[in-house]
Design a binder for this molecule. Structure first.
Ligand code: MCN
Ligand code: CUN
Length: 796
C-alpha cells in the first residue's frame, strides 16, 4: 500500500503511541475483538433462554389459504408457534416502516416476496425450532408476481399492495427536483447532448454478522430488554414504544458489538418484533438469529435504480445541464430509511461536483414482489446511485467529445471561491477545493504515463483501461428543520462526565458497527479537554446508558455526534476554566488553555492540569460563586448543514481479451473528509469501501428469476470480493475543513463505496473503447464484458 505521508499535525505525548488528540492511535476496541472477547448478539445467553425460527414464504406472490400449526406445536421442545392471524389478534400483524409505509410482521392475507415471514416457532433450542418449521402446513394460492420493474405499472400488472386502501396499481411514489423548464431550455441550446441508460442493480450489504435479537420481557416489572443488531438503538426504542404502547423507560434496547452493519441494520425487521412477541407469550428470554440465506433474501437490500441520464454541453466541453429520469424498485414494502422529506434519499446531489446552469430529476418508485429495503450498503442515502449516474454520464460525454475525462472534469469543477455553493437542486455544499484533490490523484497515478502505456498496449491489441471518478457526498443528516425520520429530528445527544481522578466517560447516541467509535470519539474529547484517550471511556449502544439520538448511518456519526462530543467537551472545559481561575486566583480572562491545562498568561509556571481541576471540582474547598460541584455536561447537537466530503479516484484495469476477465491492477483514492481524526481508521474505512466497490462493479447482484425466486440467496451465488480480487490500494488525502463543524470534520464512512464503482466501470469501458463500447451495466462479470465486446446488450 502506498500512502502519501501524513504530516504530523497531531499532538503526541511522550509515548508516541498515545496521541492526546488526533492521530494514528490504535483502536481501543481491538484488544477485545481480536482476542475473541467481543460480545455480539448471538453471544448473549440468558437463563432459560428459548430460540426462535421463522417460517418464510417459498413464493414471491401468493394468497395464504390456511396455516396449520398443530403438528409443529406437538413437536419435541416446541414452546409456541405463532402465525400472522395470532399477531392480528394482538394488533401486531403489521408494523410501520421507517418510510411511512407498513410492512407485515407475519403475513396474514398474502405473501409479497420470497422469504417473507409467515410464522414463527419458539423452542428449547435452535435445532428444535428449525425442525418444527417443516411441520407447519401452509396452503398457498400462488399469484403472478411482478418481478420486472418496468412491468410494475402496466395496466394488467398484478396488484401487490391490495392491503393499502384504494390502491389500484403498484405505484409507490413520484418525486422530482430541479427545474424541468429551465433544464429543457438549456438542453435546447446545447451543442452536444448525450443520453445513456444506466442501471444500478440490486445489491446486498451482506455484513459478516447476520441480523438477530434477544428479547427478555419481564412481566413483573413490565420492562422489555432487547439486545439487537441495530445501528440506531434510540430510534428503534421509540418505534417499539409507539407500536407496543409502552413508555420508553420500560424498553431498553442494547446494541452490543456488531459485526458490520453497512446499513443492513438500520431497519426494524419482523424478526425483532417476533422475538419480542415470543418472549411475551412464553415468559422466557427468546433469541432469534438469522442464517446467511435469510439475511440475503429478506433484509434491506440496496440500489435497484434504473436511470436514464442526459447531459448537455458546449463543443469545447463546458457542461451546462444534467437531467435524469429514474425508475426505482422499492420491493414489496417501502422499507427505505430516509428522512421524511427525502423519499429518494439524497439522490438530489446527482449534479455532482460540477458548476451547472440547470438540472432536473423526475423519479417514479414502484412496488415489486421483492424484499423491501432500498437504503443500505454504504449508500449515503442514495448518493451512491447519484454519483454513479453523474460520473458515468460525464464519461460518456468525454467519449462523445473525444476529450480526456480528467480534463473534462477539471474544466467543470465548482471553483473554491464558489463555496458555499448552492446546487441547481438546492443543496448547499459547505466547502470544497476539488482541483488539488484531482491533481494529487493524477500525480499518484502518474496519469500521463498511464495514458502512454495504454496507447502502447492498445497498439498491441491489449486491453487496458483507466477510469476516473470524482465525487461530492452530503453526509451528516441532518438539520432538524428539514430532516426527521418518522417525526424524530436528526439531532444527537452527548454527555461527558469527568470523574474526580480526571478520567472521563463520554456517552454517545450513535453506535459503531466496526468504524472504531470507541477510539475516535475518545480522541475528539481528548483533543478538546486534554485527557488522554486511553482515560476516556466511550459508552454507546445502550438506550439506558446513553442520551437520545438517531444513530449511525449516512456517515452521520462524525458530522453530528462528533460535533456533539467536541462541543460537550468545550462546555466542560469552560467550567474547568472557572474552577481554574479560583484555584490560581486570577480572572478567567487571565487564563489560557494549553492542551491539558490552564495557565496564567505569560506565566507558564502557574498552571493547573485538567486532572487537578477535576479533583477540585469534586473535592473540598469553595468553588467560585454560582459554580456547582462536579465536572460534567450534556448537549444535544443540531447540525446547521450537512458536511460535503469529496474525493478523486482513479482505477486501472486490464482485461483479458480471451476470457473477458477484468483485473483491477491499480486503484488510487484521494479523499477529503476535512479535519482527520484518526488517519489509520480513515484508511481502513477507505480500504473497506473500495473493496465494496470492486464487489459491486464486478460481481455482486441480487437477481431474481421470472417466478421471483431470489438467485443470490447464498454466498455461492452472491459473490463478494476477497483479498485476491483487490489490488494494494494507493491512498492520499487533502484537507478542506467543514466551516460549520466545530472541528472541521466531515464524514468518510461511505465515501469509497460511493466513489469507487464509477471509477471501475469507467476503467472497463475505457479499456473496451477499441470495441466501440460506451457503456456496460454492473456487475461487469466476464460474460457481461464479453457481451459488450461482442456488441450485445445484456438485460439488467
Ligand atoms: N473519521 C475520522 N475523521 C474524519 C471522519 C471520520 O477519523 N474526518 C472516523 C470516525 O471517527 C469513525 C469513522 O472514521 O471512527 C467513520 O466515521 P463517519 O464517516 O462519521 O461514519 P459513521 O461512523 O457514521 O459510520 C457509518 C458509515 C456507514 S453509513 C456505513 S454504511 C458503513 C461505514 O460507516 N458501515 C460500516 N463503514 C463501516 N465500517 C465498518 N467496519 N463496518 C460497517 O458496518
Ligand atoms: Cu446507507 S448504508 Mo450506512 O448509511 O448505514
Amino acid at each position: 500500500m502506498t500512502t502519501v505521508e501524513e504530516p504530523r499535525t497531531t499532538t503526541f505525548d511522550d509515548n508516541d503511541q498515545k496521541p492526546i488528540g488526533f492521530g494514528r492511535m490504535l483502536r481501543k476496541e481491538d484488544p477485545r475483538l481480536l482476542r475473541g472477547r467481543g460480545r455480539f448478539t448471538d453471544d448473549v445467553q440468558l437463563p432459560g433462554m428459548l430460540h426462535l425460527a421463522i417460517l418464510r414464504s417459498p413464493f414471491a406472490h401468493a394468497r395464504i389459504v390456511s396455516v396449520d400449526t398443530s403438528a409443529a406445536e406437538a413437536a419435541p421442545g416446541v414452546k409456541a408457534v405463532v402465525t400472522g392471524e395470532a399477531l392480528k389478534g394482538l394488533g401486531l400483524a403489521w408494523m410501520p416502516t421507517l418510510s411511512n409505509d407498513v410492512q407485515a410482521v407475519l403475513a396474514t392475507d398474502k405473501v409479497r416476496f420470497q422469504g417473507q415471514e409467515v410464522a414463527f416457532v419458539v423452542a428449547e433450542n435452535r435445532y428444535a425450532a428449525r425442525d418444527a418449521l417443516e411441520l407447519i402446513d401452509v396452503e398457498y394460492d400462488v399469484l403472478d408476481p411482478v418481478i420486472d420493474v418496468r412491468q410494475a405499472l402496466a395496466p394488467d400488472a398484478p396488484l401487490i399492495r391490495d392491503d393499502l386502501e384504494g390502491k389500484t396499481n403498484n405505484h409507490c411514489f413520484d418525486w422530482e427536483t430541479g427545474d424541468a423548464e429551465a433544464t429543457e431550455a438549456v438542453f435546447a441550446r446545447a451543442d452536444v447532448v448525450v443520453k445513456q441508460d444506466i442501471v444500478y442493480p440490486r445489491v446486498h450489504p451482506a455484513p459478516m454478522e447476520t441480523c438477530g435479537a434477544v428479547a427478555d420481557f419481564d412481566a413483573v416489572e413490565g420492562k422489555l430488554k432487547l439486545w439487537s443488531t441495530t445501528q440506531a438503538p434510540h430510534a428503534h426504542r421509540t418505534l417499539y414504544a409507539i407500536v407496543a404502547g409502552l413508555p420508553e423507560h420500560k424498553i431498553q434496547v442494547i446494541a452490543p458489538d456488531i459485526g458490520g452493519g453497512f446499513g443492513n441494520k438500520v431497519p426494524i425487521y419482523p424478526g425483532y418484533v417476533c422475538a419480542i412477541v415470543g418472549s411475551i407469550v412464553t415468559g422466557k428470554p427468546v433469541k432469534w438469529m438469522e442464517d446467511r440465506s435469510e439475511n440475503l433474501i429478506s433484509t434491506g437490500f440496496a440500489r435497484d435504480y434504473i436511470m436514464r441520464g442526459e447531459i448537455a454541453a458546449t463543443h469545447d466541453g463546458k457542461i451546462l445541464a444534467i437531467r435524469t429520469n429514474v425508475l426505482a424498485d422499492h420491493g414489496a414494502f417501502n422499507g427505505t430509511a430516509a428522512p421524511v422529506k427525502y423519499p429518494a434519499g439524497f439522490f438530489g446531489v446527482f449534479t455532482g461536483s460540477y458548476d451547472l446552469e440547470a438540472a432536473y430529476c423526475s423519479m417514479t418508485a414502484v412496488y415489486t414482489n421483492k424484499a423491501p429495503g432500498g437504503v443500505a450498503y454504504a449508500c449515503s442515502f442514495r448518493i451512491t446511485e447519484a454519483v454513479y449516474l453523474v460520473e458515468r454520464i460525464v464519461d460518456c460525454l468525454a467519449a462523445e467529445l473525444d476529450m480526456d475525462p480528467a480534463e473534462l472534469r477539471l474544466k467543470n469543477f465548482i471553483k473554491p471561491e464558489q463555496f458555499p455553493y448552492e446546487t441547481k437542486t438546492g443543496w448547499v455544499y459547505d466547502s470544497g477545493n476539488y482541483e488539488p484533490t484531482m491533481r494529487l490523484a493524477m500525480d499518484i497515478a502518474g496519469y500521463p504515463a498511464l495514458r502512454r502505456e495504454q496507447a502502447e498496449k492498445r497498439s498491441r491489441g491489449e486491453l487496458m483501461g483507466i477510469g476516473i471518478a470524482f465525487f461530492t457526498e452530503a453526509v451528516g443528516a441532518g438539520p432538524r428543520k428539514d430532516m426527521d425520520i418518522l417525526g424524530l429530528g436528526m439531532a444527537d445527544g452527548c454527555e461527558l462526565r469527568v470523574h474526580p481522578t480526571g478520567k472521563a466517560v463520554v456517552r454517545l447516541s450513535v453506535k459503531t458497527q466496526g468504524q472504531g467509535h470507541e477510539t475516535t470519539f475518545a480522541q475528539i474529547v481528548a483533543e478538546e479537554i486534554g485527557i488522554p484517550p486511553a482515560d476516556i471511556e466511550v459508552v454507546h449502544g445502550d438506550t439506558d446508558q446513553t442520551p437520545f439520538g438517531l444513530g449511525t448511518y449516512g456517515s452521520r456519526s462524525t458530522p453530528v455526534s462528533g460535533a456533539a462530543a467536541a462541543l460537550v467537551a468545550r462546555k466542560v472545559r469552560d467550567k474547568a476554566q472557572l474552577i481554574a481561575s479560583a484555584m490560581l486566583e486570577v480572572t478567567v480572562a487571565d487564563l489560557e488553555w494549553v492542551k491539558g491545562s490552564f495557565q496564567v498568561k505569560g506565566d507558564p509556571g502557574k498552571a493547573v492540569t485538567i486532572q487537578q481541576i477535576a479533583m477540585r471540582a469534586h473535592g473540598a474547598g469553595d468553588l467560585p460563586d454560582g459554580v456547582e460541584g462536579g465536572l460534567e455536561a450534556q448537549i444535544c447537537y443540531n447540525p446547521s448543514n450537512l458536511t460535503y466530503p469529496h474525493g478523486a479516484y482513479i482505477c486501472v484495469v486490464d482485461i483479458d481479451p480471451g476470457t473477458a476477465q477484468v483485473k483491477v491492477r491499480r486503484f488510487i483514492a484521494v479523499d477529503d473528509c476535512g479535519t482527520r481524526i484518526n488517519p489509520m481508521i480513515i484508511e481502513g474505512q477507505v480500504h473497506g469501501g473500495l473493496t465494496d466497490g470492486v464487489g459491486m462493479a464486478l460481481m455482486e447482484m441480487i437477481a431474481f428469476d421470472e417466478d421471483g425466486n431470489c438467485l443470490g440467496a447464498s454466498l455461492m451465488d452472491y459473490l463478494i470480493p476477497t483479498s485476491l480480487e483487490v489490488p494494494d490500494w494507493e491512498t492520499g488525502y487533502t484537507v478542506t475543513p467543514s466551516p460549520h463543524h466545530p472541528i472541521g470534520a466531515k464524514g468518510v464512512g461511505e465515501s469509497a463505496t460511493v466513489g469507487s464503482p464509477p471509477a471501475i466501470v469507467n476503467a472497463v469501458v475505457d479499456a473496451l473503447k477499441p470495441y466501440g463500447v460506451r457503456h456496460a451495466d454492473m456487475p461487469l462479470t466476464p460474460s457481461r464484458v464479453w457481451d459488450a465486446m461482442r456488441g450485445r446488450a445484456t438485460p439488467p
